[in-house]
Design a protein around this ligand. Structure first.
Ligand code: SF4
Ligand code: SF4
Length: 317
């Protein structure tokens, strides 16, 4: 049996800002919405999203005997999370200025798992940080951490959407579970819809990835041509404008301290770097997934991405 209070104390001690427990169950409504979104082609070049949909919305299909999802979050807001000065043409998403969160979160989840197994040696399970098809944002809602904003990201009352998530899917039941987060606290706000430079946040709720700058600069590039609005890796525009992020505190976990400062870097700095210097400066960050050459190719890309769109479909990302 997993003890909810003990798990939360353990998680806090390891450096997680939020931790919630949810029973593992199938989420049929979310699966139906996701299938509709895929059917409309809004996943564009993210073809991996077409696979394993049945597992994505049912942790029991991912881990045999799954009973409990432990959802952990760490706030990563840093000095570039509130946005860049006008005219900055080499913008990097704030999460990418720190050590790759996959590595950090995996270390922390391993510690949490070991701590739980010390208390309950019978516990089995797996840790996930974007490594498997798992609807982690929906599990976070189930575990009471927050709601899904119009930009399709998890928004937490305490840390806004500037959080990274990691999960343990465990085979034991918990003595208690958190209550799912009820409703949305977006209210009448539409800031993320209005501030997306590419018109990728759809009026209903969700993202058209073919138009999303983050997808264009980080993932396999969709065929649609869009302006990048000065972003060379990722994009924070639908987050820096969010009132919940404006009031969120700076990150507390030192593992999320930025290792370089993109505010001090312009196009000349990026062009002046050789591979060894890039590796030295950014080698521990997610930027290495793109590489210096691809990042440079985004510098000077057109900035006139059209915000016009006519459809009003709804999807989840
Ligand atoms: S990441 Fe950027 S382009 Fe993508 S939806 Fe958000 S604001 Fe729009
Ligand atoms: S910017 Fe506004 S609408 Fe978008 S997620 Fe934040 S609160 Fe919700």
């Amino acid at each position: 049996m997993i003890d909810l209070s003990y798990t939360k104390r353990l998680a806090a001690g390891i450096g997680f800002d939020l931790c919630g427990l949810a029973p593992c169950r199938h989420l049929p409504d979310a699966e139906a919405r996701f299938r509709e979104w895929i059917g409309k082609g809004y996943h564009s070049s993210l073809e991996y999203l077409e696979r394993n949909t049945e597992k994505r919305f049912d942790p029991c299909k991912l881990v045999d005997g799954a009973r409990t999802a432990v959802i952990c979050a760490v706030g990563y807001k840093n000095r570039v999370s509130d946005g860049y000065p006008d005219g900055h043409r080499t913008k990097v998403a704030s999460y990418a200025c720190a050590e790759d969160y996959h590595a950090v979160m995996r270390r922390m989840l391993r510690q949490l798992f070991e701590g739980l197994r010390e208390a309950s040696p019978e516990v089995r399970g797996r840790a996930f940080v974007d490594t498997a098809p798992l609807a982690e944002k929906l599990l976070a809602v189930e575990a009471g951490l927050g709601w899904i904003g119009r930009q399709s990201l998890l928004v937490t009352p305490q840390f806004g959407s500037y959080v990274v998530l990691g999960e343990l899917i465990l085979t034991e039941e918990a003595d208690r579970y958190d209550k799912p987060f009820e409703g949305s606290r977006c209210g009448e706000c539409r800031a993320c819809v209005e501030n997306c430079p590419a018109g990728a946040v759809m009026p209903g709720r969700g993202i058209d990835t073919a138009r999303c700058i983050s997808c264009h600069t980080v993932e396999r590039k969709p065929d649609t041509e869009i302006g990048l609005d000065g972003w060379i890796f990722g994009c924070d525009a639908c987050q820096s404008c969010c009132p919940w992020n404006r009031r969120a505190p700076q990150h507390r976990n030192r593992a999320f301290d930025p290792v370089f400062d993109p505010l001090t870097m312009d196009a000349a700095a990026w062009y002046g770097m050789d591979e060894a210097q890039f590796d030295e400066r950014c080698g521990r960050t997610p930027l290495t997934r793109s590489g210096l050459e691809r990042i440079r190719s985004h510098i000077g890309a057109p900035c006139n991405g059209s915000g016009d769109r006519e459809d009003s479909g709804e999807k989840s990302r």
